[in-house]
Ligand binder design. Structure first.
Ligand code: COA
Length: 238
């Protein structure tokens, strides 16, 4: 195992997270932040995300979830003050988070088929190489490249403003080649395939870190997503 240690990814289904459980994990500051969101569905999504992050932090540090101070950068990236790197993603009722030692990590989960045909979106956002790769299995491969690119942009802390074209992914399982503009630090990437969805993770620094993917179904319920299998990574699989 490398010095930086493993990356921990957790996923959950919001329909299986009871309100009272979420309430025991989130803090007054989380509630205050959620109050600024106008749509009730978005408020519930935000609080479920905070609960998942705090659960993951509890597992990682051994300290209670609510004891961690979370802040958000001007660009929207959540950070744990004096704690590990974190990242969060939602897709429909599904949420996923990442926690790891280090300065920055990005995660993205996607369960939905795009409303616009995948090839049209690929032509708009992806490089010529990526478009030709997507063509062989459009819905699935579009989703794979999308989660990798979003994970990268989240690790950078930029969100979509960073531009989906700033990273080109050449996926040849079990390997991914990440191409970025000259002079930029290349990300390390991991791509995991669930039953009908994909999970992407991006981080900088040590390239070969173990990646653990675990579900969080505290009250039982059917896991319609997992198990997640490792599909491809940059660097040697661990
Ligand atoms: C950040 C972004 C990549 C999120 O992508 P998405 O697929 O829509 O949503 P996801 O659920 O995967 O990710 C959302 C989470 O990413 C995190 N996030 C938001 N901005 C981020 C950033 N700049 N860097 C890293 N993480 C970020 C947050 O935790 C957020 O969830 P939360 O608000 O519930 O805490 C993308 O939406 C974006 O850049 N948005 C910019 C803002 C925007 O476009 N607004 C629309 C016009 S009003």
């Amino acid at each position: 195992m490398g010095r930086a240690g493993p990356l921990h990814l957790y996923y959950a289904d919001r329909r299986c997270l009871a309100d009272d459980l979420v309430a025991t994990l989130v803090t007054a500051a989380d509630r205050e932040r959620s109050a600024a969101l106008t749509h009730p569905r978005r408020r519930a999504e935000f609080l479920a995300g905070r609960a998942l992050l705090r659960y993951a932090l509890e597992q990682f540090t051994g300290r209670s979830g609510p004891s961690h101070e979370l802040r958000v950068t001007a660009e929207g990236k959540p950070e744990c003050v004096a704690g590990p790197a974190i990242s969060l993603s939602h897709s429909g009722e599904i949420l996923a988070c990442a926690v790891a030692a280090g300065s920055s990590i990005g995660v993205d989960v996607e369960t939905r088929k795009p409303r616009t045909p995948a090839m049209a979106l690929a032509a708009q956002y992806f490089s010529a190489f990526e478009v030709s790769w997507v063509e062989a299995d459009p819905d699935r491969r579009f989703q794979m490249l999308w989660v990798l690119k979003e994970a990268y942009l989240k690790a950078l802390g930029m969100g979509l403003a960073g531009g989906l074209g700033s990273l080109e992914c050449r996926v040849e399982p079990p390997l991914i080649e990440a191409r970025i503009a000259e002079g930029e630090a290349p990300p390390n990437l991991g791509l995991f395939a669930g039953r009908t969805c994909h999970l992407g993770v991006a981080w900088f620094g040590e390239p070969t870190r173990p990646i653990n993917v675990a579900s969080w179904f505290p009250a039982g319920g059917e896991d319609v997503l997992g198990p997640f299998e490792r599909f491809a990574t940059t660097g040697a699989p661990q």
